[in-house]
Ligand binder design. Sequence first.
Ligand SMILES: [Zn+2]
Length: 362
Amino acid sequence: MWSGNDTMLDVLVQPEVIPRVSKFLHERHVNYEIVISDLQRAIEQENPTLSAEEMEELEGRKGHRMEWSSYHRLEDIHGYLDYLAETFPELCSVMSIGNSVEGRPLKVLRISNGKANVPALWIDGGIHAREWISPAVVTYVINHLVENSEDLEADYYILPVVNPDGYEYTFRGDRLWRKNRSSPEKGGVCIGVDLNRNFGYRWGGLGTSKQPCREIFAGTAPFSEPETRAIRNFFEASAANFKAYLTFHSYGQYILYPWGYDRRVPPDYADLERVGRQAAQAMKIAGGAASVYTVGNSATTLYAASGGADDWAKAILKIKYTYTIELRDTGKHGFVLPAQYIVPTAKEALAAIDVVVQASKL
Ligand SMILES: [Zn+2]
């Protein structure tokens, strides 16, 4: 299952079972439409990677290999963060807040122009490995903030790839991998925990699974995974004045606020709804007709999901403007969004971030 709510479902069907599935749907009078008829082909056309020569030329000219006409490997993303910290030491610093299961660093970039009494914002991406648009958009946001650093009205803490092992695995192994790459318990066979079910608020509730083979396996305990623990430890140690927590996913075009654990809302949900709608409006102005984002609380608007980063940030960290933003598209390409959509999607995201920064200053 790729996505869905009360009224629709996007489902990936293996070729061998297409006749059975279509018979099943016909018999029950369920309308359906084939959105992607050949997924492998879509995957092959998604990411026109630069040649080695082009990469080398880029690196020679700019000092890093990051650009936004294609999806980049972790090495390029981390190289870009290191480049920024080295090149703009007054503005950017990079810290590793921990390591993934396979030992990759979790690199957070801090961007601050030193203005006093500004709010702090947390932005992350890539918690779900296959949602490539998310790290691409988050790195584009970084680029924009650095290039417009005199105008910054907040301090930003940005972790572009929460799940680096999973992300790399989507390039090397399975393009549609979602979880981290945690080893199975003794006697088990299935790899990986859904990191966005592994946070320590209402862990293990609705929308999660105790079965390691499921896509929504919550892990063996809250914060059982080094990736989620690193985020928790970072916040426990940080003295920054966090007013917003934005976690970028795909797909569906939603601006979601807590709670995810059940169809309930926090006491200040009216503020979250209002700012969410302002963000959606700004995204539409930035992106045009395709950029319609639906606003709502996450369990009601999309589906219940307990143990998510958003619920934890809201309930435990008490960060006011906590949103999960599901980026493009609404299903035409789903997770396999062609790279040409990176820049327009990122421009929308910037518009939303700006709205949240303004709200955070009040
Ligand atoms: Zn996701």
